[in-house]
Design a protein around this ligand. Sequence first.
Ligand SMILES: C[S@@+](CC[C@H](N)C(=O)[O-])C[C@H]1O[C@@H](n2cnc3c(N)ncnc32)[C@H](O)[C@@H]1O
Length: 233
Amino acid sequence: MSGIFYGIGVGPGDPELLTMKAIHAIEKVDVLIAPKTEKKDGSVALTIAKPYLKPDVEIVYQVFPMVKDFADSTEAWEANKAEILGLLRSGKNVAFLTLGDPMFYSTYIYVYRLLEHEDVTIETIPGIPAFAAIGSKLGYPIVEGNDILSIIPATADLERIRKAVEISDNVVLMKVYKNFPEIADLLEENDMARQAVMVSRCGLPDEHRIDDIGQHKNEPVNYLSTILTRKTV
Ligand SMILES: C[S@@+](CC[C@H](N)C(=O)[O-])C[C@H]1O[C@@H](n2cnc3c(N)ncnc32)[C@H](O)[C@@H]1O
């Protein structure tokens, strides 16, 4: 009998923010697929899941080349797919762990697309996304009433980010590590700097928070950093 392929969201960092469903799935996993060229979020996800993993769990590292158009499926992607299918057909339960939620800016989405039309059982288990954990932790409402929220990857084109910021009441900015000074200036121009809070490594032992982002805009930013902000009320 074939194994099950699990995409498991482990939440942003706090090991108590895994769902029971995630824990039950992690306990069944024989093989973990881990991205080889990762930005450390994969290894953070592994650390969060570790207490629940079988001691002899096998870790298979795969390279996931980022393709703009997934239709340009490369040989590496096909090789990954064949390897995963082989493991599943040998009866092993295989999982891909993601920080936060698996369907939210995650490499898991590409893996899911590789397998979704194959004759395999896939179970995707949602996780608490970083921005939701940050809102609760800080007592910072993410949206209320008729607020319009934009969730923006700061790696997107700056002009598109500017437009989204202009039309939104509230904004969540993710992946802010690359162009933090430009993002800080943009928030300043749109009267969103004063209300901004940036949390790095939420739920992890070295979590930290910055309130006055303008003062810190020339400092390096950790990859796991998210900004919540809103137009000044
Ligand atoms: C590739 S995306 C993954 C998002 C993830 N799937 C989620 O649901 O939150 C990586 C971005 O998520 C955010 N992030 C993930 N974990 C975080 C954490 N513990 N603290 C702050 N931000 C985090 C950061 O903005 C980071 O650049």
